[in-house]
Design a protein around this ligand. Structure first.
Ligand code: SF4
Length: 56
């Protein structure tokens, strides 16, 4: 299951840009998983997150 650690997330939006089918920004400006899909872009989003907030 893909998860975002909201304590680490700085809301940069990179994961949303990379993988919009899985990630969105919530009302606090932090990323959240909107649909836990197994897409290749999830791996990319994990690798690109500047603070390592995404895990699966
Ligand atoms: S890439 Fe990382 S820091 Fe940026 S919004 Fe996504 S989870 Fe947050």
């Amino acid at each position: 299951m893909t998860k975002v650690n909201k304590k680490k997330c700085i809301g940069c939006g990179a994961c949303v840009a990379t993988c919009p089918e899985v990630f969105e920004l919530d009302d606090d400006g932090k990323a959240q998983v909107k649909a836990d899909k197994k897409l290749p872009c999830v791996k990319e989003a994990i690798a690109d997150c500047p603070v390592g907030a995404i895990s699966k």
